[in-house]
Design a protein around this ligand. Sequence first.
Ligand code: OAD
Length: 224
Amino acid sequence: MEKITVFTGAGISAESGLKTFRDEDGLWMGYNVYEVATPEGWKANRKLVQEFYNMRRREVAKAIPNAAHEAIAELQSKYHVQVITQNIDDLHERAGSKNVIHLHGEIFKMKSDRDGTMISEIRDDIDADAKAPDGGYWRPHVVWFGEAVPEMESAELELRDADIFIVVGTSLQVYPAAGLVYALPPGIPKYLVDKNPPSVSNLHGYTVIGKPATEGMQDLLKLI
Ligand code: OAD
């Protein structure tokens, strides 16, 4: 079975009603990223950070997977499919994708801000004063700016033996994640689906489908 590795960003969940980060109505237009998505922000104002992610969790709980998430899951009938997502939502899993790496964490998990390996499921809000058994505060299990991306290594491994690579809905602005588009075996077919494709350099050899993810994925299915 051929292997398809799919790399996704916020744009794939936009049509499920979840805001992206850098589009006109994106989250980083309404929030200061340093206040809500850095270890320094957490130290300065735990309550504000929890409120931001509690809101995200409620939105994800209400959202449902769209035709783009579903199209990726359907590829599993013909290919070995590995999803690498920057998204903290669980829409790929709910659409039926079996192999999903979350580079930037998962909104339905929390971890201790002391021992980050102490992880627990969370469906509801996290109280800003809630404490983990090790005495640390529970924080969202997400990767903040300035923090390491522990899943990068496994993501790179999943690229090395890919036969086809698909990128959907990411501005490719955030490293190290964005660097994945350059770490591919030479010569494999590469596709990029994005409503407003990023004009980053070095996207040589990509077949670009400049459409919303739901529509663009249908076009792509006809091409591969
Ligand atoms: P961005 O908001 O930076 O980029 C969203 C991309 O999706 C853009 O290229 C849009 O053109 C595209 N887009 C928007 N609506 C779309 C649609 N309906 N169909 C297809 N494409 C669409 O989001 P990301 O690239 O995911 O990290 O952002 C990367 C990281 O930055 C996030 O994981 C998050 C954020 O800060 C952290 O918080 C660590």
